[in-house]
Design a protein around this ligand. Sequence first.
Ligand code: FAD
Length: 429
Amino acid sequence: MSDSAMKVIVVGAGLGGCATAMAMHAQGFQVEIFEKVREFLRLGDSLGLGENALRLLKRWGLHEDLIKIGNKSKMLQIRHWETGEIIAQQPLMDMAGYVGHRGDYHAAFLKRVHELGIPIHMGCNVVSYDDTIPSLTLATGEVHKADVIVAVDGIKSLARELVLGFEDKPKSSGYACFRAFFKGNLLDPDPIYQEFLEKECVNIWIGHDVHLIQNTLRDGEEFNWILNRKDPSKLDPNESWFHQGDMNEVRKIMKTCDPRIAAAVNQTKECLDWKICYRDPIPSWVSKNNTIALIGDACHPHLPTSAQGASQATESGAVLAVCLKLAGKGQVPLATRVYEKLRFDRVRSSQLNGEDLRDRWHNALRTVETGGIIDPESIKLRNRWLYSFDAEADTVARWREVSSVVRKELEDRNVTPLFEAGAQPVLIG
Ligand SMILES: Cc1cc2nc3c(=O)[nH]c(=O)nc-3n(C[C@H](O)[C@H](O)[C@H](O)COP(=O)(O)OP(=O)(O)OC[C@H]3O[C@@H](n4cnc5c(N)ncnc54)[C@H](O)[C@@H]3O)c2cc1C
């Protein structure tokens, strides 16, 4: 790596931050990561990685380890909430690509970052940014400078407020998830739910304003369920990933559900309660002086039903890295502003896909009650269109056109926002 290589600082070593660092390294940049926590734990549960992300990760030398983690079942089943009858089946690859434990994927991403020799400075809490330099300041008072700073600091992003110029409060999506995972052999042996334990599987029960996803992890060793329901609480949404759930509440909801899966879920000792917070799209992902860019949940959080949060963050990292390469050192503003323009519409459609799926699932049974039959196609996941996309190739293909628009905007000092307030986004796919 030459001394003149572009220097990139990534803030946050979650899946998005690690992917961004790999993407920057692949373009020959000098990259380092600052991460707030001192040590990572195996947090979360099921997470999907789509082919759109795997294609990029493979180029950056990370593939076999990820494939090993993913659930191996060929099909997923969508079932009637009360009877458990299968209403639709589709290949698992239509859903999320590979469904595995978030912590296991994270460990694989971190391992690859280490193999590439990218430094991760753990226990480094970034407390402020100066986008005129650009630089960041740690809680210790240490200041670090780079050519560009990429903030991949999650849903509670500090950098987002710098970009927006105001505090961006989360909004409740109106839904919450109870969720738990544990070793399957902790369940009492009972033939009633054996089929959901004995082999790798992904099953979804859909009901009125509720759905339950059950799948296995780690080659069938672990049992995971996620119960997504309307959240009646009028309290300010709590964005904690660690809030303890009430199993009595879970059992109450499960009373009407297929007794086979209810028997397994009801045995769970403890669960988490995630208020599903969401954020409206923001008009810019880049700071005023164009030197600090946001990626991942910091600027484009996804609902769980999108199954694309980590995959879209990976794409964003790839696109920004290619833009920085094509623009060249000294042209960071051009690169960051092209990046956000290239990404916005696709990411927005991916986010909306999750909202659309949740609504289709939560309303499907009403068709039966009014005497109709559910068309299996109407409840299937529609993520496949996202998978064939090559984010790096697309950036190269569209660079000339979009960069000429952005050059002019930068000359005129008039960068157009990512969307017009009040405009309705169009769902594609
Ligand atoms: C604990 C946890 C559990 C999750 N579980 C699931 C799950 O089960 N299923 C699922 O689909 N998705 C889950 N997600 C979300 C999913 O991981 C993300 O949507 C996706 O990976 C993209 O995340 P990201 O890298 O943008 O942000 P994150 O994964 O949130 O990573 C952000 C990183 O930035 C660090 N950071 C934040 N602020 C600072 C700062 N000021 N200075 C330095 N570092 C900072 C954080 O410590 C964190 O490591 C979870 C996220 C978290 C944080």
